[in-house]
Design a protein around this ligand. Structure first.
Ligand code: HEM
Length: 163
């Protein structure tokens, strides 16, 4: 196969970016938000959240870009576009879906209105705003982990075909 070492490099880069990105999402979901919920003063809670999540937001943007570019390269190299037509490659659809959701949130919704909207909600009713934020993160983290499990098993030969 032509350019096999490029393919191996793109695959390694894909995973390194995902470690920083989904690892960060796991930290925010399982450590940061639960710890913030224990801060009694609503303003302190919001201020700390904005400081920390703001820093992670930058990292998430870079790693989302690297994941998307390397994923596109892998798909092209393998000439595997037709997988998207088959349901038993659901993990391919899920990878792309997770990527699309994060890209939309980070690059479009956050700067447009999500950041201001959450700020307003958190100042009005901090407990329910942070409970909502936690639920959203749990849903996205669960989908991401399912994508990782499905992609590792699927790309190493496990077939999810039931019939
Ligand atoms: C535009 C988005 C993405 C595209 C186009 C894409 C594409 C690909 C392709 C083509 C492969 C190789 C499959 C194979 O060797 O059969 C792959 C592997 C993989 N991808 Fe993605 N991907 C994307 C996003 C993601 C995301 C968001 C995650 C994690 C949540 C992810 C996790 C993985 C994992 C864990 C592997 C398996 C690597 C291995 O075990 O060797 N990908 N991806």
């Amino acid at each position: 196969m032509e350019n096999y070492s490029h393919f191996i490099f793109a695959r390694a880069l894909h995973i390194a970016a995902i470690v920083f990105w989904i690892g960060g999402v796991a930290f925010v979901t399982t450590v940061l938000i639960p710890a913030l919920k224990n801060i009694p003063e609503a303003n302190d809670r919001l201020e700390l959240f904005e400081k920390l999540e703001g820093k992670f937001g930058f990292q998430a943007k870079i790693t989302t870009l690297i994941t998307g570019l390397s994923g596109y390269y892998l798909l092209n190299y393998l000439d595997a576009w037709d997988r998207l037509l088959h349901l038993h490659f659901w993990w391919m659809h899920l990878m792309i879906f997770v990527w699309l959701v994060f890209t939309l949130v980070l690059f479009v919704l956050e700067p447009l209105f999500l950041h201001q909207w959450f700020r307003k909600q958190a100042l009005k009713d901090s407990d329910s705003a942070f409970a909502w934020l936690h639920r959203m993160h749990v849903v996205l983290l669960s989908l991401s982990i399912l994508a990782v499990l499905g992609a590792v098993a699927g790309s190493h030969g496990f077939s999810f075909q039931l019939m």
